[in-house]
Design a protein around this ligand. Sequence first.
Ligand SMILES: Nc1ncnc2c1ncn2[C@@H]1O[C@H](COP(=O)(O)OP(=O)(O)O)[C@@H](O)[C@H]1O
Ligand SMILES: [Mg+2]
Length: 393
Amino acid sequence: MITQRAPNPFNPGSPVDPSDFVGRVTELENFKQKLMQTANGSLANMAVAGGYGVGKTSFLHKCKAIAEENNALAIYFSLNEIDDLSKERLAAFLIRRVKEKVREEMILDRLSNEIFKIIQRIKIKAENVELSLSEEDENAFPNLQSALIAAWKALKGAKKAIIFLLDEARVLERNRAELLLYIRAVLEQLQIERIPIMILPAGKLTITGPAGTGFSPLVRTFQPAVLENFSREEANAFITKKLQQAGVEIEQATFEKIYNVTEGHPFVLTAYMNSAYSRLLLEQTKLMKAHFEATDVDFVRSDLAPFFARFYDEAGRRSRKILSVMAEVPNGEISLSELAKKLERGMNELSPHLGKLVQDGSIIRIDRGKYKLFHHLLGEYIMNRQQRNNSEA
Ligand SMILES: Nc1ncnc2c1ncn2[C@@H]1O[C@H](COP(=O)(O)OP(=O)(O)O)[C@@H](O)[C@H]1O
Ligand SMILES: [Mg+2]
């Protein structure tokens, strides 16, 4: 019998389909609870924080699916799509996405044409337009909150809540979190009339701040779910689920190795599995240790290079020097004083660079004055890059 293998189920470049989503149990529970509170008219928002490839977009897609199962109007979009973001543009964008979403739902027969027509007329008055010109237009609202209230009034017979899922939301934190504060103010206005709208920003957010930095009112409104690497159980569940669908088996003894190589980092894990899977020969139906060993040879250099480049190649000169030192020490772990000694620089001079590296996600602060590369394979990548640079020079 000639069978064809299922297409590679591991796609490091795209968020996971909500039905294949694994783990994050506490964070999802948290979201479900917020969703219920929102539907009941309480102010209940959250944020999703975490580094590149840890699963933020996948998490938002999952939340979107859950919201839709619960009959909410769920609107996902990435703030990457808007450049030069101001309050006005953000407000206009949110309303535009409500209209697009309602249009989709109308086409799918999930919302009526009546609702669609009311929603399409809603707009926000531009600040610099003469009031007298638009005064007669009862659908031009003075601000985002009043436009959202109007949208909700049209939707409320049909939907339980409106949930905005904003990906790549780090821009909201610019200028002392100006836009995040604006959103919070809007939400507080909506709360007065118990309008069930939730806004969930996700990204490499810093609203959490380092532990113990004290009271921040933004944290209260946007309680962050911080996504970390998968645990061993989550990683194994991930592997098993995907392979089962593809009808491919796996040698149990490889789980240990896979976790040691990938540390359960969702992107790295997906890329590693993708690479090993692609090495299966036509007649093979089981992933074996040998497939992973073959992957190890150039996994970092080829599969992970585009992912790691942002952390090293795109960093400044001084940051690259710091990263290079960290790549050479055991575990990629070093204290500020050791680093200062190795680089023959003052600690004061290095601190801001370390802060920036932490913010960019290339290193993590593990303790006071102690830092570590965010992934051990980044160290390997940096060593490879240097060897190449040296041989080119
Ligand atoms: N909970 C999850 N279950 C299954 N796969 C996941 C999960 N989270 C992330 N992934 C996978 O990890 C990779 C990175 O996830 P992504 O959501 O794009 O991360 P981020 O948005 O944080 O950069 C993707 O290939 C995605 O399919
Ligand atoms: Mg993403």
